[in-house]
Design a binder for this molecule. Structure first.
Ligand code: NAD
Length: 439
């Protein structure tokens, strides 16, 4: 590919997945604006010390690097990457690294801030961080991707480490990327520093149960909410947007809990079947046809229609900004569980709350992933590995406690669960900062 075309595609080519960055949706607010707005709501409500607010509004440190990568044909391309470390009062920084053309410093800042709250809500001893490289990894060869991953990690190694900052996979990075990262780090460390990243392959210190952990966490949160809301899950219906890692495992675990999943979707569209969609049937159909649409016995629907179905439970598990002030008045579910990060805008939050719809926010609902990353880190440090059942039990205990604390806080303040989760998380981070003498 000529250099000019390559550069253009690096910048412009987006993929169906995760392509809805706010700018591409024509939205005014950036994700960082949204993160700040959510923070401010909670800070005002809890009359948070202005000195604490001053510190928490911005990441502690952002490393921004331009680094060269040699392509297979000998050319050098300069890539841009970031690592944002928001706050580490509660423990070492923790957060994923994404490779995507839409990665910006602003996005990484917002995501690092959300990680601080997510870890605090889950009660795991980590602070918040996030990283990314502005690249479309789909057009790189395996060898180019390996060189890019190793270069990036070698450069951020200055600020990461098993007790400083522990990255993990995120959009378009996976266990292979983590294996390269860990190996690159081991060259300087001269040990086998498995605990420097999580989400690794099992053979080099990954944890059983990590793959399904986020979906399992979403399902546990729904079970807890149903108990409080007196929803009988055996009679409940559910629609799930997104049939990737989070959406598909959520489907599987909800089905096990007796919920009838009546609609699912992916980037190509959705399917609605009132008699229920079995997880095994839709998985096999997607494997065979490459899509979940046209599932026998079902009716094809759009992703927008799926969100507005008359169901008890709605799980947005694909993209950000899908529930907005436009469609929030038409949402009919009693319970919304955010499998995805940032699917609901602050305006939509208000509308849903007024309609008495309970929303389990992303920083609680999808925290099963980072919680199991924590369990992986603990196993690495102790060199003792647990069975899948032990990991699942520990995850369940973490999720149930987190849900109970957030539920209690939102009842106490009479606010939606997102604000309750923020108040709970900010209070924890604040006490750690105060006792450490930072404010
Ligand atoms: P994934 O790539 O495995 O799946 C994404 C799914 O969304 C796919 O089924 C894809 O077809 C679908 N999709 C893409 N564009 C769509 C569109 N326009 N409309 C409907 N569906 C569309 O990703 P994932 O790991 O399941 O992540 C999904 C969300 O969950 C993201 O917001 C991610 O940040 C968040 N999340 C993931 C984890 C995790 O452990 N995987 C943890 C926390 C949060």
């Amino acid at each position: 590919m000529p250099l000019a075309d390559l550069k253009a595609s690096l910048l412009l080519e987006t993929t169906s997945k995760h392509e809805a960055a706010p700018a591409s949706m024509g939205m005014q607010k950036t994700q960082y604006d949204m993160a700040l707005e959510q923070f401010q709501r909670a800070a005002d409500l809890m009359k948070l010390d202005p000195n604490v607010q001053e510190i928490l509004r911005k990441p502690r440190r952002i490393l921004s690097i331009n680094f060269p990568v040699k392509m297979d044909d000998g050319r050098i391309i300069l890539y841009q990457g970031f690592r944002s470390q928001h706050n580490n009062a509660l423990g070492p920084y923790k957060g994923g690294i994404r490779f995507h053309p839409n990665v910006t410093i602003d996005e990484v800042k917002a995501l690092s801030m959300w990680m601080t709250w997510k870890c605090a809500v889950a009660g795991i001893p980590f602070g918040g961080a996030k990283g990314g490289v502005t690249v479309n990894p789909k057009i790189l060869s395996h060898a180019e991707l390996e060189r890019l991953s190793r270069s990036f990690f070698s450069l951020i190694s200055e600020i990461v480490g098993p007790f400083r900052d522990i990255p993990a996979p995120d959009v378009y990075t996976d266990s292979q990327t983590m294996a390269w990262f860990m190996d690159e780090y081991s060259k300087n460390d001269r040990n086998n520093p498995f605990a420097v990243v999580t989400g690794k392959p099992l053979i080099i210190g990954g944890s059983l149960g990590r793959d399904s952990a986020t979906g399992r966490g979403v399902s546990i949160n729904i079970e807890e909410a149903a108990r409080h809301m007196k929803i009988d899950l055996k009679k409940a219906t559910c629609a799930i947007q997104g049939f990737g890692n989070v959406g598909s495992f959520t489907h599987m675990f909800l089905e096990e809990a007796g919920v009838k999943v009546v609609a699912v979707s992916d980037s190509k569209g959705g399917i609605h079947k009132k008699t229920g969609i079995w997880f095994n049937d839709v998985s096999a159909h997607k494997k065979k046809t490459g899509s979940i649409t046209n599932l026998p016995g079902g009716e094809n629907i759009t992703n927008e229609e799926l969100l507005e179905l008359d169901v008890d439970i709605l799980v947005p598990a694909a993209l950000e900004d899908v529930i907005t002030e436009k469609n929030a008045p038409k949402i009919r579910a009693k319970l919304v569980a955010e499998g995805a990060n940032g699917p609901t805008t602050p305006e939509a939050d208000d509308i849903l709350f007024k309609k008495d719809i309970t929303l389990i926010p992303d920083i609680l609902a999808n925290s099963g992933g980072v919680s199991t990353s924590y369990l992986e880190w603990v196993q690495n440090l102790q060199h003792l590995y647990w069975s899948a059942e032990e990991v699942d039990q520990r995850l369940k205990a973490i999720m149930k406690k987190a849900f109970a604390e957030v539920w209690k806080t939102s009842q106490e303040y009479n606010v939606d669960m997102r604000t309750g989760a923020y108040v709970y998380a900010i209070a924890k981070v604040t006490s750690a900062m105060k006792i450490r003498g930072w404010v």
